[in-house]
Design a protein around this ligand. Structure first.
Ligand SMILES: CC(C)(COP(=O)(O)OP(=O)(O)OC[C@H]1O[C@@H](n2cnc3c(N)ncnc32)[C@H](O)[C@@H]1OP(=O)(O)O)[C@@H](O)C(=O)NCCC(=O)NCCS
Length: 160
């Protein structure tokens, strides 16, 4: 599906608007606020990839990818790449923003030669599991910080 959505970097011009982006009140325990993710991005440097999804001039979503990060239970030398945070603005859900965000992270990972996109989700009645399953993520059987770990196979390099 083509869309008018674009990814933009966080800048001095948009950072305060970015921090005002909010999911629905009933979803607020499912994902950290944007400001907290940006604090992590500051600390993780090159291993964090925060971006806004904009539609025209309007900020409709926030994502943060991660690169080369080990999970707590991973053996030495093992790292993962994927989607760390995804917040679609309360009034903008259900119109493809989340799908676009995941596709853009997949594109960036393929560009970096990676084959797997890892994420994790909180299990709750209003949680994002149906969304991730719809996009092709499959649980790995692991959990991290109380969340289900899921992976999306990005296929062979150069595909998709
Ligand atoms: C989960 C979330 C990211 C989904 O974003 P979105 O922009 O509403 O999703 P999209 O419109 O891109 O939906 C993509 C597909 O998933 C499906 N989908 C999305 N949410 C769904 C749900 N709750 N149940 C079933 N299907 C769902 C859509 O129907 C769509 O399918 P289609 O393309 O075949 O029509 C968004 O609801 C959100 O920000 N939730 C709160 C925060 C959160 O849970 N973030 C994830 C942290 S791990």
């Amino acid at each position: 599906m083509s869309s008018a959505f674009r990814l933009v970097e966080i800048t001095t011009e948009n950072v305060e608007d970015a921090c005002r982006l909010s999911v629905r009140p009933d979803q607020q325990r499912l994902v950290q606020p944007v400001a907290q993710s940006l604090a992590l991005a500051y600390a993780f440097g090159e291993r964090a990839w925060p971006r806004l999804v904009v539609d025209g001039e309007e900020i409709v979503g926030f994502l943060m990818a991660f690169f080369d990060v080990p999970f707590d239970a991973d053996p030495p030398g093992v790292t993962r790449d994927g989607l760390w945070r995804l917040n679609v603005a309360a009034g903008q859900q259900g119109r493809g923003v989340g799908r676009f965000a995941v596709e853009e992270v997949a594109r960036e990972l393929r560009r970096r030669g990676r084959r797997t996109l890892t994420t994790s989700w909180h299990v709750a009645g209003n949680g994002p599991e149906p969304f991730y399953r719809r996009l092709g993520f499959r649980p790995t059987g692991e959990s991290v910080e109380g969340e289900i770990v899921g992976e999306l196979d990005l296929g062979a390099p150069g595909t998709g």
